[in-house]
Design a protein. Structure first.
Length: 322
Protein backbone atom coordinates (compact mmCIF):
# COMPACT_ATOMS: atom_id res chain seq x y z
CA UNK A 1 0.00 0.00 0.00
CA UNK A 2 1.25 3.45 -0.89
CA UNK A 3 0.71 5.82 1.98
CA UNK A 4 1.90 8.70 4.00
CA UNK A 5 2.01 7.51 7.57
CA UNK A 6 0.41 5.44 10.21
CA UNK A 7 -0.96 2.36 8.43
CA UNK A 8 -0.33 -1.05 9.83
CA UNK A 9 2.55 -2.96 8.21
CA UNK A 10 0.90 -6.45 8.06
CA UNK A 11 -1.70 -5.15 5.61
CA UNK A 12 0.05 -2.27 3.95
CA UNK A 13 3.40 -0.79 3.20
CA UNK A 14 3.83 1.67 5.99
CA UNK A 15 5.20 5.14 5.56
CA UNK A 16 5.07 5.50 9.30
CA UNK A 17 7.35 4.11 11.95
CA UNK A 18 7.11 0.58 10.47
CA UNK A 19 8.18 -0.44 7.14
CA UNK A 20 2.65 -1.19 4.93
CA UNK A 21 5.63 -2.00 2.15
CA UNK A 22 3.99 1.20 2.21
CA UNK A 23 4.68 4.30 0.60
CA UNK A 24 6.98 7.16 1.24
CA UNK A 25 10.67 6.66 0.71
CA UNK A 26 11.59 10.16 1.77
CA UNK A 27 12.54 11.15 5.29
CA UNK A 28 14.58 13.48 7.44
CA UNK A 29 16.29 13.26 10.79
CA UNK A 30 15.60 15.21 13.98
CA UNK A 31 19.06 15.65 15.47
CA UNK A 32 19.21 19.43 15.50
CA UNK A 33 19.57 21.12 18.90
CA UNK A 34 17.96 24.43 17.83
CA UNK A 35 15.28 25.73 15.50
CA UNK A 36 15.68 24.47 11.97
CA UNK A 37 13.48 24.13 8.90
CA UNK A 38 14.02 22.07 5.77
CA UNK A 39 12.07 21.13 2.65
CA UNK A 40 12.34 18.06 0.45
CA UNK A 41 10.50 17.59 -2.84
CA UNK A 42 10.76 14.98 -5.53
CA UNK A 43 9.17 12.74 -8.10
CA UNK A 44 9.05 8.98 -8.41
CA UNK A 45 8.07 6.34 -10.94
CA UNK A 46 7.08 2.76 -10.03
CA UNK A 47 6.55 0.15 -12.74
CA UNK A 48 5.55 -3.49 -12.28
CA UNK A 49 5.21 -6.17 -14.93
CA UNK A 50 4.70 -9.84 -14.19
CA UNK A 51 4.24 -12.47 -16.88
CA UNK A 52 2.48 -15.60 -15.72
CA UNK A 53 2.53 -19.08 -17.20
CA UNK A 54 -0.06 -21.17 -18.99
CA UNK A 55 -0.67 -23.06 -15.75
CA UNK A 56 -0.91 -19.85 -13.74
CA UNK A 57 -2.11 -16.96 -15.97
CA UNK A 58 -1.23 -14.23 -13.48
CA UNK A 59 -0.11 -11.52 -15.92
CA UNK A 60 -0.01 -8.12 -14.23
CA UNK A 61 1.24 -4.68 -15.23
CA UNK A 62 0.95 -1.31 -13.49
CA UNK A 63 2.58 2.13 -13.42
CA UNK A 64 2.55 4.67 -10.59
CA UNK A 65 3.93 8.19 -11.11
CA UNK A 66 4.06 10.48 -8.11
CA UNK A 67 5.23 13.79 -6.74
CA UNK A 68 5.81 14.64 -3.09
CA UNK A 69 6.80 17.50 -0.83
CA UNK A 70 7.90 17.23 2.78
CA UNK A 71 8.73 19.73 5.51
CA UNK A 72 10.72 19.05 8.66
CA UNK A 73 10.72 21.69 11.39
CA UNK A 74 12.70 21.43 14.61
CA UNK A 75 11.13 23.99 16.94
CA UNK A 76 13.15 23.25 20.08
CA UNK A 77 15.69 20.75 21.27
CA UNK A 78 12.76 18.62 22.45
CA UNK A 79 10.08 19.09 19.80
CA UNK A 80 10.04 18.59 16.03
CA UNK A 81 7.36 18.12 13.39
CA UNK A 82 7.34 16.52 9.96
CA UNK A 83 4.55 17.02 7.43
CA UNK A 84 4.19 15.78 3.90
CA UNK A 85 1.89 15.58 0.90
CA UNK A 86 2.05 13.08 -1.92
CA UNK A 87 0.05 12.77 -5.16
CA UNK A 88 0.10 9.54 -7.18
CA UNK A 89 -1.21 8.90 -10.71
CA UNK A 90 -1.93 5.21 -11.37
CA UNK A 91 -2.35 3.25 -14.59
CA UNK A 92 -4.48 1.24 -15.12
CA UNK A 93 -7.12 3.23 -13.30
CA UNK A 94 -8.68 1.62 -10.24
CA UNK A 95 -12.44 1.64 -10.82
CA UNK A 96 -12.03 4.85 -12.88
CA UNK A 97 -9.93 6.47 -10.14
CA UNK A 98 -6.43 7.53 -11.25
CA UNK A 99 -5.33 10.07 -8.62
CA UNK A 100 -4.60 9.50 -4.93
CA UNK A 101 -3.75 12.39 -2.58
CA UNK A 102 -1.89 11.36 0.58
CA UNK A 103 -1.22 13.83 3.42
CA UNK A 104 0.69 12.83 6.54
CA UNK A 105 2.05 14.28 9.78
CA UNK A 106 4.51 13.10 12.43
CA UNK A 107 5.32 14.82 15.74
CA UNK A 108 8.34 13.93 17.90
CA UNK A 109 8.93 15.02 21.48
CA UNK A 110 12.04 14.18 23.54
CA UNK A 111 11.41 14.30 27.27
CA UNK A 112 15.10 13.71 28.03
CA UNK A 113 17.99 11.70 26.53
CA UNK A 114 16.33 8.44 27.62
CA UNK A 115 12.63 9.01 26.79
CA UNK A 116 10.91 10.16 23.60
CA UNK A 117 7.41 9.97 22.11
CA UNK A 118 6.12 10.12 18.54
CA UNK A 119 2.59 10.63 17.18
CA UNK A 120 1.67 10.32 13.53
CA UNK A 121 -1.11 9.79 11.05
CA UNK A 122 -2.01 9.87 7.39
CA UNK A 123 -3.77 8.33 4.42
CA UNK A 124 -2.79 5.44 2.17
CA UNK A 125 -3.96 3.12 -0.59
CA UNK A 126 -3.27 -0.28 -2.13
CA UNK A 127 -3.99 -1.18 -5.74
CA UNK A 128 -5.60 -4.56 -6.43
CA UNK A 129 -3.20 -7.31 -7.49
CA UNK A 130 -3.12 -11.08 -7.39
CA UNK A 131 -0.19 -11.34 -4.97
CA UNK A 132 -2.08 -11.59 -1.69
CA UNK A 133 -1.70 -14.03 1.20
CA UNK A 134 -5.02 -15.69 0.37
CA UNK A 135 -4.05 -16.30 -3.27
CA UNK A 136 -0.56 -17.46 -2.33
CA UNK A 137 -1.99 -19.92 0.22
CA UNK A 138 -3.86 -21.48 -2.69
CA UNK A 139 -0.67 -21.53 -4.79
CA UNK A 140 -2.66 -19.19 -7.13
CA UNK A 141 -4.58 -22.24 -8.34
CA UNK A 142 -7.93 -21.33 -9.98
CA UNK A 143 -7.43 -17.69 -8.89
CA UNK A 144 -8.32 -15.06 -11.50
CA UNK A 145 -6.25 -11.83 -11.51
CA UNK A 146 -8.28 -8.80 -10.35
CA UNK A 147 -9.82 -6.58 -13.00
CA UNK A 148 -8.91 -2.93 -12.16
CA UNK A 149 -12.11 -1.78 -13.84
CA UNK A 150 -14.18 -3.92 -11.45
CA UNK A 151 -12.12 -3.90 -8.23
CA UNK A 152 -11.54 -0.68 -6.29
CA UNK A 153 -8.27 0.19 -4.60
CA UNK A 154 -8.16 -0.15 -0.83
CA UNK A 155 -8.00 3.25 0.88
CA UNK A 156 -6.91 3.67 4.47
CA UNK A 157 -6.60 6.22 7.24
CA UNK A 158 -4.54 5.58 10.32
CA UNK A 159 -2.92 7.04 13.39
CA UNK A 160 -0.11 5.66 15.51
CA UNK A 161 1.97 6.58 18.49
CA UNK A 162 5.02 5.09 20.09
CA UNK A 163 7.02 5.57 23.27
CA UNK A 164 10.77 4.94 23.25
CA UNK A 165 13.20 4.33 26.10
CA UNK A 166 16.97 3.85 25.93
CA UNK A 167 19.50 3.50 28.74
CA UNK A 168 22.84 1.91 29.65
CA UNK A 169 22.66 -0.78 32.33
CA UNK A 170 25.56 -1.95 34.49
CA UNK A 171 28.18 -3.84 32.51
CA UNK A 172 27.78 -1.56 29.47
CA UNK A 173 24.53 -3.32 28.53
CA UNK A 174 22.29 -1.28 26.24
CA UNK A 175 18.54 -1.52 26.87
CA UNK A 176 16.08 -0.27 24.24
CA UNK A 177 12.30 -0.46 24.59
CA UNK A 178 9.72 0.61 22.00
CA UNK A 179 5.98 0.52 22.71
CA UNK A 180 3.75 1.16 19.68
CA UNK A 181 -0.01 1.78 19.52
CA UNK A 182 -1.98 2.09 16.29
CA UNK A 183 -5.46 2.31 14.76
CA UNK A 184 -6.35 1.87 11.07
CA UNK A 185 -9.62 2.16 9.14
CA UNK A 186 -9.71 0.51 5.70
CA UNK A 187 -12.34 1.20 3.04
CA UNK A 188 -13.01 -1.06 0.02
CA UNK A 189 -11.08 -4.05 1.45
CA UNK A 190 -10.01 -6.43 -1.33
CA UNK A 191 -11.12 -10.01 -0.70
CA UNK A 192 -10.89 -13.32 -2.52
CA UNK A 193 -14.21 -15.09 -2.96
CA UNK A 194 -15.35 -18.45 -4.31
CA UNK A 195 -17.23 -18.03 -7.59
CA UNK A 196 -18.68 -21.30 -8.82
CA UNK A 197 -17.21 -24.38 -10.46
CA UNK A 198 -14.48 -24.12 -13.08
CA UNK A 199 -16.65 -26.03 -15.56
CA UNK A 200 -19.13 -23.16 -15.37
CA UNK A 201 -16.55 -20.36 -15.36
CA UNK A 202 -13.77 -18.96 -17.49
CA UNK A 203 -11.50 -21.98 -16.96
CA UNK A 204 -12.30 -25.53 -18.08
CA UNK A 205 -11.59 -28.78 -16.32
CA UNK A 206 -9.11 -29.88 -18.98
CA UNK A 207 -7.11 -26.63 -18.97
CA UNK A 208 -3.48 -26.56 -17.94
CA UNK A 209 -4.54 -24.20 -15.16
CA UNK A 210 -6.79 -26.86 -13.66
CA UNK A 211 -4.09 -29.53 -14.05
CA UNK A 212 -1.17 -27.81 -12.31
CA UNK A 213 1.43 -30.55 -12.16
CA UNK A 214 3.02 -29.04 -9.08
CA UNK A 215 -0.05 -29.90 -7.00
CA UNK A 216 -0.58 -33.55 -6.14
CA UNK A 217 -3.89 -35.19 -6.94
CA UNK A 218 -4.58 -35.98 -3.28
CA UNK A 219 -3.97 -32.41 -2.06
CA UNK A 220 -6.79 -30.15 -0.91
CA UNK A 221 -6.10 -27.83 -3.82
CA UNK A 222 -6.29 -30.65 -6.38
CA UNK A 223 -9.74 -31.60 -5.04
CA UNK A 224 -11.04 -28.01 -5.22
CA UNK A 225 -12.62 -27.24 -8.61
CA UNK A 226 -13.97 -23.87 -7.57
CA UNK A 227 -13.04 -20.66 -9.30
CA UNK A 228 -11.83 -17.74 -7.16
CA UNK A 229 -11.94 -14.06 -8.02
CA UNK A 230 -11.15 -10.78 -6.29
CA UNK A 231 -13.71 -8.20 -5.24
CA UNK A 232 -14.37 -5.54 -2.64
CA UNK A 233 -15.97 -6.19 0.72
CA UNK A 234 -19.29 -4.38 1.10
CA UNK A 235 -18.08 -2.82 4.32
CA UNK A 236 -14.81 -1.86 5.98
CA UNK A 237 -11.99 -3.25 8.10
CA UNK A 238 -10.92 -1.75 11.40
CA UNK A 239 -7.67 -2.82 13.00
CA UNK A 240 -6.05 -1.71 16.22
CA UNK A 241 -3.26 -3.08 18.30
CA UNK A 242 -0.02 -2.73 20.17
CA UNK A 243 3.52 -3.83 19.48
CA UNK A 244 6.27 -4.17 22.09
CA UNK A 245 9.94 -4.52 21.19
CA UNK A 246 12.77 -4.95 23.70
CA UNK A 247 16.46 -5.14 22.83
CA UNK A 248 19.35 -6.00 25.17
CA UNK A 249 22.84 -5.57 23.73
CA UNK A 250 26.11 -6.32 25.47
CA UNK A 251 29.19 -6.56 23.29
CA UNK A 252 28.65 -9.26 20.67
CA UNK A 253 25.52 -10.63 22.42
CA UNK A 254 22.13 -9.28 21.32
CA UNK A 255 18.70 -10.37 22.58
CA UNK A 256 15.53 -9.18 20.88
CA UNK A 257 12.06 -9.81 22.33
CA UNK A 258 8.81 -8.88 20.65
CA UNK A 259 5.07 -9.12 21.20
CA UNK A 260 2.24 -7.99 18.90
CA UNK A 261 -1.49 -7.87 19.54
CA UNK A 262 -3.72 -7.26 16.51
CA UNK A 263 -7.49 -6.85 16.70
CA UNK A 264 -8.54 -6.77 13.04
CA UNK A 265 -12.26 -7.02 12.33
CA UNK A 266 -14.51 -6.79 9.29
CA UNK A 267 -17.56 -4.54 9.55
CA UNK A 268 -20.24 -5.80 7.15
CA UNK A 269 -24.04 -5.81 7.18
CA UNK A 270 -24.10 -4.62 10.77
CA UNK A 271 -21.87 -7.48 11.93
CA UNK A 272 -18.27 -7.50 13.15
CA UNK A 273 -16.15 -10.61 12.52
CA UNK A 274 -12.45 -11.34 12.88
CA UNK A 275 -10.38 -10.92 9.72
CA UNK A 276 -9.40 -14.44 8.54
CA UNK A 277 -5.80 -15.65 8.41
CA UNK A 278 -4.71 -13.14 11.06
CA UNK A 279 -3.16 -14.21 14.36
CA UNK A 280 -4.26 -11.86 17.18
CA UNK A 281 -1.22 -12.70 19.31
CA UNK A 282 2.33 -12.99 18.01
CA UNK A 283 5.56 -13.30 19.98
CA UNK A 284 9.22 -13.64 19.05
CA UNK A 285 12.62 -14.09 20.68
CA UNK A 286 15.93 -13.81 18.84
CA UNK A 287 19.39 -14.31 20.35
CA UNK A 288 22.40 -13.26 18.28
CA UNK A 289 26.10 -13.60 19.05
CA UNK A 290 28.14 -11.86 16.40
CA UNK A 291 31.64 -10.59 15.81
CA UNK A 292 31.79 -8.75 12.51
CA UNK A 293 34.09 -10.46 10.05
CA UNK A 294 34.68 -13.38 12.42
CA UNK A 295 31.60 -15.42 13.38
CA UNK A 296 27.83 -15.26 13.77
CA UNK A 297 25.52 -17.50 15.79
CA UNK A 298 21.79 -17.16 16.34
CA UNK A 299 18.73 -18.78 17.88
CA UNK A 300 15.17 -17.69 17.21
CA UNK A 301 11.67 -18.71 18.26
CA UNK A 302 8.25 -17.50 17.10
CA UNK A 303 4.65 -18.05 18.19
CA UNK A 304 1.42 -17.28 16.28
CA UNK A 305 -1.90 -17.76 18.06
CA UNK A 306 -4.87 -19.60 16.47
CA UNK A 307 -6.49 -17.68 13.62
CA UNK A 308 -9.85 -17.71 11.85
CA UNK A 309 -10.14 -19.24 8.38
CA UNK A 310 -12.39 -18.26 5.49
CA UNK A 311 -14.33 -21.49 5.89
CA UNK A 312 -15.68 -20.51 9.35
CA UNK A 313 -13.11 -22.70 11.11
CA UNK A 314 -9.99 -21.94 13.12
CA UNK A 315 -6.40 -22.90 12.45
CA UNK A 316 -4.19 -24.07 15.29
CA UNK A 317 -1.52 -21.90 16.83
CA UNK A 318 2.01 -22.25 15.46
CA UNK A 319 5.33 -22.39 17.29
CA UNK A 320 8.66 -22.84 15.56
CA UNK A 321 12.31 -22.35 16.43
CA UNK A 322 15.58 -22.44 14.60
Amino acid sequence: MRESQGIRRDEHEDGGEHDHEHGDDHGAGHNASRWANSWVAGINLWTDQFDGTTANPTDAKSTIAGVFIQNTTTLTEQFSAETGLRADFVDPASFDKRWFLLPRISLLYRFNPAWSMRLGGGLGYKLPDIFTDEAENRAFRNVLPPDPAQVKAEESAGINGDLNFRTILPGETVLRVNQLFYFTHLDNPIILTRDGNIAQGELTQDSNFAQDSELTQDSDFAQDDNLYRFGNLDGSVRSRGIETNIALIRGPVKLFLGYTYVDARRQEAGQSVQVPMNSPHQASAVLMIEEHGDYRFGLESYYYSPQARNEDSRARGIRFSG
